[in-house]
Ligand binder design. Structure first.
Ligand SMILES: CC(C)(COP(=O)(O)OP(=O)(O)OC[C@H]1O[C@@H](n2cnc3c(N)ncnc32)[C@H](O)[C@@H]1OP(=O)(O)O)[C@@H](O)C(=O)NCCC(=O)NCCS
Length: 183
């Protein structure tokens, strides 16, 4: 089973299963539906799909054949996504990135971030940014492994903009860690 990443439209013609999958993924990365609706309306959505009947011998994103062993035929639909938005001239931000929980840790997130970086470069951006919570230990590791460096901290961002207190890894999600890399 092989995966591919393509631009994707969420609209009235979108099949219900794809629509529900997209919103479940978007919500996993960002519990604010208002935020999600806002950047979906202004940004670009890309989805990673399994290709039914794809080349089973094709290597995974890191060249490791074993990566796709857990992708069964029943998973032959959207397995991950990201949203990018031009927030300032020549600056693109990854507003959301998510992978199905059962397929996390297999390189799909890295592929999505790599694809987003390439898209931003192709669109002429000079910088790409991403923000994550102070509690998001794995995400902070992933983004730094993908070349991002910490740009600053938006203190109490999640306290100010989210109605309910959020917790992750036993830590209250309070501050937004902002990361960026030059393109
Ligand atoms: C964040 C997310 C998209 C990552 O996707 P993924 O497919 O699990 O990520 P990958 O497997 O491609 O890569 C994860 C990388 O981070 C590394 N990593 C994760 N936790 C780590 C830790 N605690 N310490 C060091 N490295 C860590 C992994 O080792 C891996 O790097 P490696 O390939 O060099 O070993 C996914 O976990 C997800 O959907 N989470 C829920 C939604 C979310 O939080 N989105 C981001 C909002 S800011």
């Amino acid at each position: 089973m092989k995966l591919r990443i393509d631009s994707f439209e969420l609209n009235d013609a979108t099949p219900v299963a794809d629509r529900e999958r997209c919103f479940a993924l978007l919500r996993d990365a960002d519990p604010s539906r208002a935020n999600v609706d806002d950047y979906l309306a202004r940004g670009e959505l890309y989805v990673s799909r399994s290709i039914p009947g794809g080349d089973t011998n094709a290597p995974g994103p890191g060249g490791d054949d074993s990566k796709w062993d857990s992708v069964s035929d029943s998973d032959s639909d959207i397995v991950g996504l990201y949203v990018i938005l031009e927030t300032r001239p020549r600056t693109i931000e990854i507003m959301n990135v998510a992978v199905l929980p059962e397929l996390q840790g297999q390189g799909i997130g890295k592929d999505l971030v790599r694809h987003a970086i390439e898209r931003a470069r192709t669109k002429g951006a000079k910088s790409i940014e991403i923000g994550t919570g102070n509690s998001s230990v794995g995400q902070l590791a992933l983004y730094q492994k993908m070349g991002f460096r910490i740009l600053g901290i938006d203190f109490d961002y999640f306290v100010r903009f989210y109605e309910e207190p959020l917790y992750e890894n036993g830590i209250q999600v309070r501050d937004m860690i902002r990361l960026a890399q030059d393109l």
